[in-house]
Design a protein around this ligand. Structure first.
Ligand SMILES: [Zn+2]
Length: 396
């Protein structure tokens, strides 16, 4: 064993001892800043900084951007956690007609992913069972045990009643009425779960990795079969009293307009949802086209398809203008399949927002397409699990 008298040996011994003390603070406190480590060990900030740089290089510690977690917490911007490849989170995305499941490590790397088609709307219990089986499959594929999972984020394609962990609307997800999704999934998976609606998950994916990374006040609009918004204020999702904030698709545009499936008249969705656009276009070569086909035809210059999408953009803009007047976002990020139409959709949307919002809210507003479309909800479910498991982080 080296002694302090032993030249080089003493230096190595000292470094080793300091390193063990730094590791111990990380292990015991879970998540700390460099200043916390310096205080706890009595080592100088320079020594701690050198030590952390070495640990980071060796892949043993991970930086966490705490502004994403506690935007106004007054804590330092970056904290450190010990990296443990056996600690992971799982994301589960229930779409209307598919289920996606992915597992990611705390370094935000997706380790395994699966996707299956299923009539999720009608077969709610079968969907929960399938998701539980897929959960086991992705873990097996990543070579992990259930005990490694810190938590799961779950997305459903409709409003979520956060107080009861249920679907918040009988008309949007009829097969899911009364089902306690959170507790049913906790029983099946044996890990803590959090649930969110699809638009909020899209917003979280953009906030964590996409078009909202550098922005703490934005509205994410998911425009697809339905239209929903995920609103981020000061770096956090705005959920509202019961979790239904952002139901922009059911904003009344015309009191005497067509009946909406929600029971009201003239909602935004009756004129600008995917099915409404397809209805407007009518038959193409004797067949009802899919929304994807309408977008392709618009890109190829079909005037009817371009007009149908542009009109939808204008109508979405009217509702978004109202949202801008109230929450004053810096950016509007447009996702969902319809965002694949790009400027055909976005240009009329911008014009309409400028026309209908108060000038101060619209003047500096940046309206752009989302980074994620097909995987937005699954990535958002992973982001939700990462956010909610930070407090459960254990270090080896
Ligand atoms: Zn409606």
């Amino acid at each position: 064993m080296p002694t302090e008298k032993n030249g080089d040996g003493s230096l190595a011994w000292l470094r080793d001892r300091n390193r063990r003390r730094v590791m111990e603070v990380l292990r015991m406190q879970g998540r700390v800043s460099q200043a916390d480590i310096s205080r706890a060990t009595g080592l100088s900030r320079t020594t701690v900084s050198t030590m952390i740089a070495e640990l980071r290089k060796a892949g043993l510690v991970l930086d966490i951007d705490t502004r994403r977690i506690h935007p106004r917490g007054g804590r330092p911007g970056v904290e450190l956690v010990l990296r443990d490849p056996t600690q992971v989170v799982v994301g589960i995305d229930f779409g209307h007609s598919h289920i996606g499941v992915a597992v990611a490590d705390l370094g935000h790397n997706v380790l395994a992913e699966r996707r299956e088609d299923l009539d999720v709307n009608r077969e709610a219990v079968a969907a929960l069972d399938s998701a539980a089986r897929m959960f086991a499959e992705v873990l097996a594929r990543a070579g992990l045990e259930r005990g490694s999972v810190l938590g799961a984020g779950i997305g459903i394609p409709g409003p979520v009643d956060l107080a009861h962990g249920t679907a918040g609307s009988a008309t949007i997800l009829p097969g899911w009425v009364g089902l306690r999704i959170a507790s049913e999934m906790e029983q099946r998976l044996g890990v803590p779960v959090e649930i969110e609606n699809d638009a909020n998950l899209g917003a979280l994916a953009e906030l964590t990795w996409g078009a909202g990374r550098d922005c703490s006040n934005f509205a994410y609009i998911k425009a697809a079969t339905g239209i929903g918004a995920g609103i981020v204020v000061d770096g956090r999702l705005l959920r509202g009293a019961t979790g239904t904030a952002g139901e922009i698709g059911h904003t009344t545009l015309d009191e005497a307009g067509p009946l909406c499936y929600c029971g009201n008249r003239g909602c935004l969705e009756t004129v600008a949802s995917g099915p409404a656009i397809v209805d407007l276009v009518g038959l193409v070569d004797g067949e009802r086209p899919s929304l994807g086909r309408v977008i392709e035809l618009a890109a190829a210059g079909d005037l009817r398809c371009r007009r149908a999408i542009a009109d939808a953009g204008r109508q979405i803009g009217v509702a978004v203008a109202g949202l801008c007047n109230i929450v004053n976002p810096e950016r509007v990020i447009v996702g969902g399949l319809l965002s694949r139409a790009g400027e055909v959709l976005l240009r009329p949307m911008r014009d309409s927002i400028r026309r209908h919002a108060v000038q101060a809210a619209a003047a500096t507003l940046d309206v752009r397409a989302a980074v994620f479309v097909e995987r937005a909800e699954l990535l958002g479910a992973l982001a939700l699990a990462l956010l909610s498991s930070h407090d459960r982080l254990k270090t080896a």
